[in-house]
Ligand binder design. Structure first.
Ligand code: SF4
Length: 332
């Protein structure tokens, strides 16, 4: 696997509040043909990290440091014309609400052909065939009847697949998926996730799947990064992270499946993810952590190697491996 895209030392702040970070000290590599799941609650900064791959921050936020390295270029240092060209072609994005990205008054086939034209893909003669091939690739019908439908005539799962087909048409090297399966029923979601994962792997795409839902990550990701209050707190291969989580926050997230919800506090953990500017010093999780000791409030723990490819931001990670939080056992 080659290095698809790499975030190094990323820090994003607020223009209105210098010194306050939205995300801090983010290091994350997405290799070619790999899906990395980025998990966190609302306010964790996960979406901010996702959009940074596209060289973009939301209004009021500002890049304060770090790089996004893609093919020896720093996306954050490129002139905006080059960033705009990268977006949608080499680095594609599937939004949270794919239906909103489709034009309700243009037939599906025409929309895809127009997108190909805009991106300079194919010739006038070949685009329709390209659109049919793109739809077939994501498991959709590609006959004239389907091409002549409007987006409101599609099911939720079909809309997601059309958005995926459109993102894949320019053959991107990097794909950022921002909770695109939210709102689908579990069965449809599982099928769409499988298609996404297969496409990323077979086309050698480096993908970041941003979500609040660890159950979704279990379906699609090869590796998982867990974010809390603007920092990655645990990173590792999916199997290892699910079988042997070492950060108390990851353990709590796993404990709360299948009830995990952005709208609700985590089961067994008082409080909520603190907003930028309201985060405590030391370990940012210490005021909610059942394992906290005095030392946890002093310095911010570094994200450190615990095992090959498994990193944790917790000073007690070695001890935590021996405890069983699911039985309510909390250390002294
Ligand atoms: Fe909990 Fe301390 Fe580990 Fe932070 S460093 S997660 S407060 S045990």
């Amino acid at each position: 696997q080659g290095q698809g895209i790499a975030i190094e030392g990323l820090r994003i702040g607020l223009t209105s509040r210098p010194g306050v970070d939205v995300v801090d000290d983010i290091d994350l590599v997405m290799r070619t043909g790999e899906v990395v799941g980025l998990v966190g609650e609302s306010g964790s900064g996960k979406t901010t990290v996702g959009t940074a791959l596209l060289g973009y921050t939301r209004a009021g936020a500002v890049f304060d440091g770090g790089k996004v390295l893609f093919e020896d270029r720093d996306v954050l240092a490129l002139p905006w014309q080059q960033v705009r060209q990268l977006r949608g072609e080499e680095i594609a994005y599937v939004p949270q609400d794919p239906a909103a990205a489709l034009n309700p008054s243009i037939r599906i086939g025409k929309q895809i052909v127009e997108l190909m034209q805009l991106r300079g893909l194919g010739t006038a003669e070949s685009r329709l065939a390209g659109a049919r091939a793109g739809l077939a690739e994501v498991g959709l019908p590609n006959d004239d009847e389907f091409l002549s439908r409007y987006s409101h005539q599609l099911s939720g799962g079909q809309v997601q697949r059309v958005a995926l087909a459109m993102a894949f048409l320019p053959r991107p090297k990097v794909l950022v998926l921002d909770e695109p399966t939210t709102g689908l029923d579990v069965t449809t979601q599982g099928m769409v996730l499988r298609t996404m994962g297969e496409l990323c792997r077979s086309h050698g795409v480096a993908a970041l799947y941003v979500t609040h839902d660890l159950a979704v990550v279990a379906n699609i990701a090869d590796r998982v990064a867990v974010m809390y209050a603007g920092q990655i707190v645990e990173l590792g291969p999916k199997e290892q992270l699910f079988a042997d989580p070492r950060h108390p926050y990851t353990r709590a997230l796993l404990d709360s499946i299948p009830h995990l919800s952005q709208a609700r506090a985590l089961s067994g953990i008082p409080g909520r993810t603190p907003a930028p500017g309201a985060r405590p010093g030391g370990c940012r999780f210490h005021n909610r952590c059942a394992y906290a000791i005095e030392e946890c409030a002093k310095d911010t723990p570094a994200l450190r190697d615990l095992a090959p490819a498994h990193q944790v931001r917790c000073i007690r990670a070695e001890e935590i491996g021996a405890w069983d939080i699911s039985r309510g056992a909390v250390p002294d």
